[in-house]
Design a protein around this ligand. Structure first.
Ligand SMILES: *[C@@H]1O[C@H](CO)[C@@H](O)[C@H](O)[C@H]1NC(C)=O
Ligand SMILES: *[C@@H]1O[C@H](CO)[C@@H](O)[C@H](O)[C@H]1NC(C)=O
Ligand SMILES: *[C@@H]1O[C@H](CO)[C@@H](O)[C@H](O)[C@H]1NC(C)=O
Ligand SMILES: *[C@@H]1O[C@H](CO)[C@@H](O)[C@H](O)[C@H]1NC(C)=O
Ligand SMILES: *[C@@H]1O[C@H](CO)[C@@H](O)[C@H](O)[C@H]1NC(C)=O
Ligand SMILES: *[C@@H]1O[C@H](CO)[C@@H](O)[C@H](O)[C@H]1NC(C)=O
Ligand SMILES: *[C@@H]1O[C@H](CO)[C@@H](O)[C@H](O)[C@H]1NC(C)=O
Ligand SMILES: *[C@@H]1O[C@H](CO)[C@@H](O)[C@H](O)[C@H]1NC(C)=O
Ligand SMILES: *[C@@H]1O[C@H](CO)[C@@H](O)[C@H](O)[C@H]1NC(C)=O
Length: 505
């Protein structure tokens, strides 16, 4: 102790001074530590999908230095601490606890907001606050996000068939920005312009695609589908829009009258209002009698048809009293808050028949008697024609018997030599027959009469002069005395001879 104190008493001061001097004259100790301490942040860029776990690597080598290692994330003009050894967020954890070299962290259940640049920073203890000592070069994190909040929207108000309507498909929060959009109508592809991709919330994109459709009444059952494909998706995303939400098909309104006009007095008339082919089913139906509302109670609910549209029938029963003659019955329909559609009929009451049964009977008879009337008419016409024909024949006969002296009978003793007649020993009589010279093919009618002595051969015209007469050769005209002979027949058309039967008194 004494020795120590003696040694110290003589040499402690200079040693201490040397030590202190050496300490102060050697400031390179700090710089040497800094040189030897190295920080590696090997990832330049990392891509991770939403929901996955992100690993950010950082390692430190060389001499240790008091002060924490933290993970910072650049956020606008500020750096925000993500991990500082004490645990900042339950999603962020160190992979190797208590390690002085491996500062790798995991960020679980990555969200779109996690995209950004991350820095691994070594701090050194400062007087009050820690100071940045070394900083990694930063890791850029890209979060691959599937299109989210996808929706298809149509017109704000329903439109009627024939109108062209724009439908919009939107999706947001996806990354990267390449996206495919297709439209289908009832499963069939439609043409649509390229989707518009815009920057959405932090580090993600939004998409908007528009398709135009001309609506038809049949579209009540149609569906429009927006199909989105993206690198993050295993199967395309689909959203369907029912065109029934966009279309309004107005109804057709008709009033049917049963029995039809005009109606017998005091009968019950059924007016049926037929409202057809409308969509949606929101209708109110009102009956008006001469403009005044007629109460018919609750009308039945509209019924859906196979086309997807609706129909409705409302019955109004009316007693057809004389006072209601010419009354106007109107069916008024208000469909989907549109202006009313109406149809009207005027009740016509027939003048009452004196006796309903009789009128019924006569009506029935009228129907049954028509064929009989026709038959009677035909018979009467035929009879009238017959009478006319008979009258004509009688007149013709009378006029012929007056003016047909063209046949003369000659007794055998009266015959002259120059004439062509010859005397016949068989007690025959010859006849002179006059014919018109010009007409060779004369139609001959031989009239026979049992009482007559004369044979009458009609020629077309009575000859004017003797020059125009021709004498027939009557060689073959055989006048028989026989009381009964078979009915004569006119000769064949080619024959020049006529047979004339004369019965003598
Ligand atoms: C955030 O920290 C990194 C690393 O230390 C640095 O390079 C960057 O300039 C900082 N940014 C801001 C806004 O402070
Ligand atoms: C790391 O430390 C935390 C809390 O100190 C603990 O919950 C976790 O289980 C540890 N991890 C490992 C791999 O030891
Ligand atoms: C740090 O630890 C993680 C997990 O064990 C490992 O994957 C990584 O390679 C380590 N880093 C270094 C630099 O050893
Ligand atoms: C992007 O889309 C999301 C949801 O789809 C929406 O909330 C956001 O406002 C959109 N941002 C822009 C800039 O359009
Ligand atoms: C579209 O129509 C189908 C049936 O046709 C129905 O099941 C579905 O709920 C409808 N969707 C919408 C959004 O109206
Ligand atoms: C119709 O009915 C009214 C009242 O019921 C009656 O006075 C009238 O005679 C009836 N008319 C006929 C043609 O039956
Ligand atoms: C009128 O309607 C009622 C009720 O549906 C029915 O009983 C009656 O036969 C109908 N009358 C006529 C003329 O159609
Ligand atoms: C109903 O009115 C029409 C037209 O004015 C008329 O011809 C008919 O005779 C009227 N019927 C009755 C029953 O009065
Ligand atoms: C009138 O004829 C109709 C059918 O044509 C029948 O239903 C009705 O009973 C008849 N009325 C009378 C009074 O004969």
């Amino acid at each position: 102790m004494e020795l120590l104190s003696s040694v110290s008493g003589s040499s402690v001061l200079p040693l201490t001074c040397l030590f202190l001097i050496s300490l102060h004259a050697w400031p390179g100790a700090d710089a040497r530590a800094k040189r030897s301490l190295q920080l590696q942040q090997p990832q330049e860029e990392v891509s991770v999908s939403v929901g996955q776990t992100l690993a950010l690597h950082c390692s430190i080598s060389g001499d240790d230095l008091a002060g924490p290692v933290k993970w910072l994330k650049a956020l606008g003009s500020k750096n925000r601490t993500i991990y500082d050894q004490k645990g900042y967020s339950p999603r962020v954890t160190r992979v190797v606890n208590e390690s002085s070299t491996n500062y790798t962290i995991h960020i679980s259940n990555v969200q779109v907001e996690d995209a950004g640049t991350y820095y691994c920073v070594k701090f050194k203890k400062g007087d009050g606050q820690d100071e940045v000592y070394l900083s990694g070069r930063g890791t850029k994190v890209l979060v691959r996000a599937s299109p989210a909040s996808m929706a298809v929207s149509g017109p704000e108000h329903r439109v009627e068939p024939g109108s062209s309507v724009r439908f919009t498909c939107t999706a947001g929060g996806f990354f990267p920005g390449e996206i495919g959009v297709k439209w289908l109508k009832n499963g069939a592809p439609m043409t649509a312009p390229q989707p518009q991709v815009t920057a959405g919330q932090t580090n993600s994109y939004n998409m908007s695609s528009t398709a135009e459709v001309t609506l038809q009444a049949a579209d009540v059952r149609s569906q429009l589908t927006c199909v989105v494909s993206h690198a993050t998706l295993r199967a395309p995303l689909m959203r369907t829009y029912n065109l029934s939400n966009a279309v309004r098909v107005p109804p057709t309104v008709r009033v049917l009258t049963e029995p039809p006009n005009p109606v017998e007095v005091n009968k019950t008339v059924n007016f049926t209002c037929s409202v057809e082919g409308f969509y949606p089913d929101a209708v109110t139906l009102t009956w008006l009698e001469n403009g005044m509302e007629a109460n018919v109670g609750r009308p039945p609910r509209p019924k859906e048809t196979s086309q997807g549209t609706f129909e409705l029938r409302s019955l109004l029963e009316v007693q057809a009293t004389v006072e209601k003659n010419q009354s106007v019955f109107t069916c008024q329909v208000v469909h989907d808050s549109q202006s009313p559609v109406s149809s009207a009929v005027t009740l016509q009451i027939a003048v009452p028949a004196a006796d309903q049964g009789a009128s019924n009977q006569s009506l029935a008879d009228k129907d049954n008697l028509i064929p009989i009337y026709i038959a009677v008419g035909v018979i009467c016409t035929v009879l009238a024609l017959l009478v006319v024909a008979i009258l004509y024949l009688i007149r013709a006969k009378q006029s012929k018997s007056k003016s047909s002296p063209s046949v003369r009978l000659h007794e055998p003793e009266k015959s002259s030599g120059a004439a062509t007649q010859e005397s016949d020993p068989n007690n025959l009589t010859y006849a002179d027959l006059n014919f018109d010279k010009e007409k060779k093919s004369i139609r001959r009618i031989i009239e026979m009469s049992q009482q007559s002595e004369y044979a009458c051969i009609q020629t077309s015209q009575t000859p004017a002069t003797d020059d125009n007469l021709t004498y027939a050769d009557l060689d073959m005209v055989h006048l028989s005395k026989a009381p009964k002979r078979p009915d004569p027949h006119p000769e064949e058309a080619g024959s020049e001879y006529a047979s004339v039967q004369i019965q003598r008194k």
